[in-house]
Design a protein around this ligand. Sequence first.
Ligand code: NAD
Ligand code: DAU
Length: 331
Amino acid sequence: MRLLVTGGAGFIGANFVHYTLREHPEHTITVLDALTYAGNEASLAPVRDRIEFVHGSVADAALVDELVGRSDAVVHFAAESHNDNSLNDPSPFLTTNIIGTYTILEAVRKHGVRLHHISTDEVYGDLELDDPKKFTDQTPYNPSSPYSSTKAGSDLLVRAWVRSFGITATISNCSNNYGPYQHIEKFIPRQITNVLAGLRPKLYGKGENVRDWIHVDDHNSAVHAILEKGRSGETYLIGSDGEKNNREVLSLILELLGQPGDAYDHVVDRAGHDLRYAIDASKLRDELGWKPRFTDFRDGLAATVDWYRENESWWGPLKQQVEAKYAAQGQ
Ligand code: NAD
Ligand code: DAU
């Protein structure tokens, strides 16, 4: 297939490009990316001569129309993705996540091209720590932040375009990803690079919030399973039973980097901070036969720590600016 990958210079999109070229070289790839603060062409440098890269926005209707018109499928990763930023300025979240998705939908509708829409488990809100239930595709939407509400809105647009206009589309809602090329504003790479830069890691509140961690390559193998075998109009939840609270994750990072267990600071909590996410991925496993490969979180995290240790040229230039922004928020 000729795949149009939006947001392919971001964390998960860049890993998707690498994964696809490695595991499914039968596909060709065009990346459409606006290169916002979160996009980094260096993440695609090793494969630059094997893909077409287009610098532009998913909200640019003429450009999107032209690119979708010469594709067989769109894998739509492009988004504003960071909750903390959405609390400071929701505006780009509405433009990219809502208008951008609408623009993609109108183009796939016009050209009869298949869409896979990448979304998040945060559309379902959060769970109590002792709740035995996990999120399924039947869980009602209940987003908490400007970020998650725009992702929820984009999912609902996709569902409406399937029902009202008969487009061919699937949706996946995945839990927290970790791995190489993740922007250092996010929890795991922020703490790893804090230690590497001689700064103390920063934990929001008490650190009891639980996230359901999945390696980015497992997310992307699931996306390929859905592209190959997913049924149009269906929603698939992606997760690999990786629930851990933030304190546990930070302890492991400190241990892997040879630091004392208490070498971190508690900082101001995030407003409206979701307590816990947990994914029931049985539909994906049972219907599509998908299985995660990274079942040992410690091993996956150790490899991620090594990647940041070996790639300071990728994250070093961003560090001061990212930390100055957090410091201004008391975080
Ligand atoms: P990211 O912030 O690392 O990357 C986003 C990419 O989109 C960047 O390259 C950026 O330049 C690009 N982009 C932003 N606005 C654009 C626009 N208007 N037009 C074109 N490109 C634009 O994000 P990520 O963590 O890789 O997330 C990718 C997708 O996966 C998002 O849709 C996000 O909601 C979803 N998701 C992320 C996670 C996670 O843990 N990171 C989990 C589940 C779902
Ligand atoms: O669940 C999927 C979502 O996971 C995606 O939709 C989002 O795009 C992605 O950013 C991620 O959202 P979170 O808000 O869960 O991720 P973040 O890395 O920002 O934070 C993870 C947890 O760590 C959260 O409980 C807040 C906490 N945290 C975060 C930072 C940056 C800290 O304790 N300290 C920090 O410095």
